[in-house]
Design a protein around this ligand. Structure first.
Ligand SMILES: Nc1nc2c(ncn2[C@@H]2O[C@H](COP(=O)(O)OP(=O)(O)OP(=O)(O)O)[C@@H](O)[C@H]2O)c(=O)[nH]1
Ligand SMILES: C[S@@+](CC[C@H](N)C(=O)[O-])C[C@H]1O[C@@H](n2cnc3c(N)ncnc32)[C@H](O)[C@@H]1O
Ligand code: SF4
Ligand code: SF4
Length: 326
């Protein structure tokens, strides 16, 4: 049966975060210092994560995206993914990663049943990438992209958070990546989750991005797929891949929102940009599957109709996206 929220939206997608830890420290996602890592005991065990997944599928979730922090840094992640991909009724198991460990892990991920990868890549330039990620090596990510393709994954989705004066000069280079290769490159509006004072100066709207690309290339709309996320997609005429814009700020997509989230600490959330949540850990400790399903239904029922970022009366409490999973 279809899982509907109180605003009539069909909820079929769970973003499951498996860790708050990361091997990068992107400036828009985590503060430079002062973020406490959760201790081992505060993180849901793989057994608990599988229970959450099973009960979510039982109430109508069809797609699970594994995220983090960086999901590939959690020990034994492959074993967990194998188990997850075997959950009866789950139609899609996908994963979002920064790509640093893909060269080593792509084959195992594919064999474990992960069906597609979304890879975050904010710059193709060595220094800019190192600056944004506070020390990352872009060449490792590029090797990871190739390794994942060679392992058999369908064309990757590449996520670029566009920031004015930092990497926006590379929008055309990223668009050009789709000319020869079948990547889906998605340009994401920067969200002020850490609330840098200058966030409006940093943000580049989806329409400005399209305009810049449109001056160089002919763009045509490109249909979105079943169970897909918030990206509005286009194609450069004649290209192998596609481009998309994800516009949480300038044109929020909340009326089509199809998702809930569970963080690695066991908080279930109805909205990425709301402080509300429900702690699932006590129910997991009890092993009470029925109450776990009820709790997840409650999260769906309590989903807000939209985020309040453009509502000046609603203050967003700052948070590290790595704690929630994006
Ligand atoms: N505001 C908002 N942003 C989101 C939401 N879901 C994803 N994002 C942002 O969109 C970007 C891409 O997220 P992905 O992890 O690739 O997931 P997705 O776009 O849903 O993926 P697909 O299902 O493959 O289209 C990230 O910056 C997320 O933080 C959402 O529900 N609300
Ligand atoms: C939190 S990361 C977790 C998965 C993995 N570590 C990665 O980077 O792909 C998930 C997504 O959130 C995005 N993200 C994090 N902070 C963001 C922000 N302030 N605005 C927009 N997107 C953000 C990242 O670019 C990434 O695509
Ligand atoms: S965006 Fe992903 S890779 Fe970057 S710090 Fe956040 S969790 Fe890590
Ligand atoms: S901001 Fe909240 S309501 Fe809007 S699309 Fe994201 S999760 Fe859904």
């Amino acid at each position: 049966m279809k899982l509907l929220d109180t605003h009539g939206r069909h909820i079929n997608y769970l973003r499951l975060s498996v860790t708050d830890r990361c091997n990068l420290r992107c400036s828009y996602c985590m503060p430079e210092q002062g973020i406490e890592k959760l201790c081992h005991g505060d993180i849901l065990s793989y057994e608990d994560l599988v229970s959450v997944a099973r009960q979510a599928v039982a109430i109508g979730i069809e797609k699970i995206r594994i995220t983090g922090g960086e999901p590939l840094v959690r020990r034994d992640i492959i074993r967990f993914l194998k188990e997850l991909s075997a959950v009866p009724g789950l139609k899609q198991l996908v994963l979002t990663t920064n790509g640093l460990l893909l060269a080593e892990m792509a084959e195992d991920l594919f064999k474990a049943g992960v069906q597609r990868l979304n890879i975050s890549l904010d710059s193709l330039k060595e220094q800019t990438f190192a600056h944004i990620t506070r020390g990352g090596d872009v060449h490792r990510v590029l090797r990871g992209l190739d390794a994942a393709e060679a392992a058999g994954f369908p064309p990757h989705k590449i996520n670029m958070v566009v920031m004015r004066g930092i990497n926006d000069e590379e929008v055309l280079d990223f668009a050009a990546m789709t000319l020869e290769r079948p990547y889906a490159v998605r340009f994401i509006e920067y969200m002020p989750t850490l609330q840098a004072d200058n966030w409006r100066d940093l943000s580049v709207s989806g329409s400005e991005i399209l305009e810049r690309i449109g001056k160089r290339y002919e763009l045509v709309p490109y249909g979105s797929q079943e169970l897909s996320g918030p990206s509005r997609n286009f194609k450069i005429k004649g290209s192998a891949g596609s481009i998309g814009i994800i516009t949480p700020i300038s044109g929020h997509f909340c009326s089509d929102c199809n998702r809930i989230r569970v963080t690695s600490a066991g908080m279930a959330k109805g909205c990425l940009l709301s402080g509300d949540g429900m702690d699932l850990k006590p129910l997991l400790r009890l092993g009470d599957e029925k109450r776990l399903r009820e709790a997840l239904r409650q999260i769906v029922a309590g989903k807000p109709d939209r985020h309040g970022l453009d509502d000046n009366n609603k203050e967003l409490q700052p948070f590290a996206m790595s704690r929630v999973g994006g």
